[in-house]
Design a protein around this ligand. Structure first.
Ligand code: NAP
Length: 268
């Protein structure tokens, strides 16, 4: 029987590549996004649907429409997200709330909306797109890291309570990926405080360069597909070469040695 995947933030980047890959594999793809009317790349098996993860009503409507149209969802990919970049003191409380509303509370609410169906069917896979930035931190991304660390902790804990219902939780951990993440999508903090300007101006180009040299989103899509069909209880899936290198270094090095690498490569 054809399987169905619902993806959030499918308009560009990792979400779009994932939609195209699952469709190619013969899945029914519910590609949710904030502005489905702009999606001009849709192929066979892909069904665009409006869903803003910060809007509870839009989540509930999209999930209800998905079940009534397709009968079931087998896999949920919580992909929607962006980075709030800059010094913490320059971020407004509204910017910080929006960052958590999107990357953390949005992901939780979409998960909450599918769980009754997954529990009833006693099957389902929830794939959360975290980041290597949920295990380590880089300068000018403190708020983004806070959200991805939250996604890591949430998913790690959630897996145990969902196991009895045969619902698997998966975490995808990408390194730098060449998408809109570094140019179109970020929310860049600005305020009257100028004390951090020199620091931020020094780091920003380095982060953009990391993105330009990043792995293609297709690498992450392939990892998401692997996680979707993996019936084991494995939780974490690094998605690309740099992610594997960074995660290994973070695991084996003491905090002080890892921070020294970050200081010497990114701060100075
Ligand atoms: N690129 C990287 O280096 C990297 C590394 C690790 C993890 N990630 C994670 O991968 C995920 C996808 O990012 P990407 O690299 O593919 O960047 P991207 O091309 O900027 O895609 C982000 C997607 O999230 C959507 N989005 C943002 N806010 C939303 C909301 N409120 N409701 C619904 N959709 C929303 C965007 O929609 P619009 O088109 O409407 O803006 C877009 O489709 C994110 O969770 C990101 O944190 C990325």
């Amino acid at each position: 029987m054809t399987k169905t995947v619902l993806i959030t933030g499918a308009s560009t980047g990792i979400g779009r590549s994932t939609a195209l890959l699952f469709a190619k594999k013969g899945w029914t793809v519910i590609a949710t996004m904030r502005s489905p009317e702009k999606a001009d790349w849709i192929t066979k098996n892909i069904h665009p649907l409006q869903l803003d993860v910060t809007d509870l009503e839009s989540i509930q409507t999209a999930i209800a429409q998905s079940f009534s149209k397709f009968g079931t969802i087998d896999v949920l990919v919580n992909n929607a997200g962006y980075a709030l970049m800059g010094a913490f003191e320059n971020c407004s409380p509204e910017q910080i709330r929006k960052q958590f509303d999107t990357n953390v509370f949005g992901l939780m609410e979409v998960t909450r909306a599918v769980l009754p169906h997954f529990r009833e069917r006693r099957s389902g896979v929830i794939i959360n797109i975290a980041s290597i930035g949920g295990k380590m931190a880089f300068p000018i991304y403190s708020l983004y890291h806070a959200t991805k660390w939250a996604v890591e902790g949430f998913s790690d804990g959630l897996q145990y309570e969902l196991e009895p219902f045969n619902i698997r939780v998966k975490l995808i951990e990408p390194g730098p990926i060449k998408t809109d993440f570094y140019d179109r999508s970020p929310d860049i903090a600005k305020s009257d405080i100028t004390a951090y300007d020199e620091f931020v101006d020094r780091i920003l180009p380095k982060m953009s360069r990391a993105g330009e040299q990043g792995a293609p989103p297709e690498d992450v899509a392939a990892t998401i597909y692997k996680a979707a069909i993996d019936s084991s209880s494995r939780l974490r899936y690094p998605s690309d070469r740099l992610a594997r290198i960074f995660l290994t270094l973070r695991k084996v090095l003491p905090d002080s040695a890892f921070s020294t690498i970050i200081r010497s490569t990114m701060v100075r």
